[in-house]
Write a protein that binds this ligand. Structure first.
Ligand code: PHE
Length: 345
């Protein structure tokens, strides 16, 4: 049903469903838009309850990639792949099989890491296709670190805009690959840290490395802090949560942080600075996209641009009295909106 509704909306170029009884591969690859170039988007692998939930996530994530890539000024569009993790999955064979699907698109979709990817997964996919930015590729370095570097630029822009000059107190929800790097960058900048993760071992490791305060994954949303950094799954900014926030700034690396557009308006109404997720978490795709599409080896200068972009969005939102998410979406849409003659097949 959701599939039909989304397709009737006319917004999505292509939806591929795939499964293999041999290795247990199950999932979806969605291309949202390729007006400006090939679709870029990572592979997410999670224990979704069913295909419906995975499909819905893929739709939302693919669309967010188009906005992210447009705002990052890459000559590309957006897509996403979502794989269902389950006990019957032969992980290595599944990634190799998935690589064949990516290869069959002949460069219309470039992929890379996202939530749930473990060391070795992308190397397995790469046996079947070159259209994958691999964590272990020496030219690219650590893609998660690049995402965190970009996100930290967003944090700095928010702090400067808010006039916070002292070392901030930063609460990081989720210390996986990107969250851990973000916490590290914050620590190096002298921040006081609060950390949480559904994986208690990871949370403890972060607490030890940074002398951080440990918190439960739900409670961290209500921590007293300058910056709340959602670096886990999406949808955490919702109407039941926003009235209880005690952060001045919300800026993190998770995708689809706002549960709905109204959540963005609620944050603005409370005077909480929200740095749009698809603006500040673009570092990874900038790294992969610039390397594969433009042959650029040092994405550092492009990561730094996230600072200025965030400042401009915060300023425009304050001036116009609308949410930062609305401003960022308008800017992105101005770049990628399909011309009337565009043919998507
Ligand atoms: N997972 C990244 C994101 O959500 C996307 C990505 C794609 C990163 C390709 C690197 C390479 O932005």
């Amino acid at each position: 049903m959701r599939l039909l509704e989304r397709m009737i909306s006319g917004e999505y170029e292509r939806v591929i469903a795939f499964q293999s009884a041999v290795c247990g591969l199950r999932g979806f690859l969605i291309i949202h838009d390729t007006t400006l170039g090939p679709a870029l988007g990572g592979i997410r692998i999670c224990r979704y309850a069913n295909e419906e939930e995975a499909l819905e996530d893929a739709f939302r994530l693919a669309r967010a990639m188009t906005y992210k890539v447009a705002l990052a000024e890459l000559p590309a569009g957006g897509g996403k792949a979502v794989l269902i993790d389950h006990p019957g999955l032969d992980r290595e064979a599944a990634f190799e099989e998935f690589g064949k699907i990516v290869e069959s698109l002949r460069g219309r979709f470039y992929t890379g890491p996202d939530v749930g990817i473990r060391p070795g997964d992308l190397a397995a996919a790469r046996r079947s296709t070159n259209y994958v930015a691999c964590e272990s590729s020496p030219e690219l370095g650590d893609i998660s670190e690049k995402t965190a570097i970009g996100c930290w630029q967003g944090v700095k822009a928010c702090l400067d805009f808010a006039g916070i000059r002292r070392p901030p107190r930063v609460a990081v929800q989720g210390v996986g690959s990107v969250g851990m790097w973000l916490a590290r960058l914050a620590h190096r900048a002298g921040a006081e840290l609060v950390v949480a993760d559904v994986d208690a071992g990871r949370a403890r490791a972060a607490a030890e490395e940074f002398g951080a305060i440990l918190c439960s994954p739900d409670e961290i949303l209500f921590a007293v802090c300058d910056v709340l950094s959602p670096c886990a799954l999406g949808g955490v900014m919702r109407s039941a949560v926003i009235p209880r926030l005690r952060a001045r700034i919300v800026c993190g690396s998770a995708n689809n942080v706002l549960e709905s557009p109204e959540a963005g308006a609620m944050l603005a109404a409370r005077g909480i600075l929200y740095a749009p997720d698809f603006l500040v978490n673009a570092g990874g795709v900038i790294c992969g996209g610039e390397f594969h599409l433009l042959g650029i080896r040092d994405c550092g200068p492009s990561l730094e641009k996230i600072y200025g972009r965030t400042r401009r969005v915060l300023e425009a939102a304050a001036q116009r009295g609308v949410s930062t998410a609305q401003i960022a979406e308008e800017l992105a849409e101005a770049r990628w909106r399909r011309p009337a003659t565009h043919c998507s097949v």
